[in-house]
Design a protein. Sequence first.
Length: 76
Amino acid sequence: MRQIIDALPVPKDERILIGFQNAEDAAVYRLDAERALVFTIDVITPLVDDPALFGAIAAINSLSDIYAMGARGCAR
């Protein structure tokens, strides 16, 4: 996998705060001075037959990836 990632061109955009070059599980793209878009993608085998439950498991998995990168909660 590392060979594939290393072969990809690295986009030159100052709004990309965290990209794939550091082998992170998510990326962060600054929208403006106060907001950023955080996204992650995983391919996991469904562990359950219930689509809603599997969706919840997938969402928790994505949030744990982002948390592992150092994310903190934000108050609104």
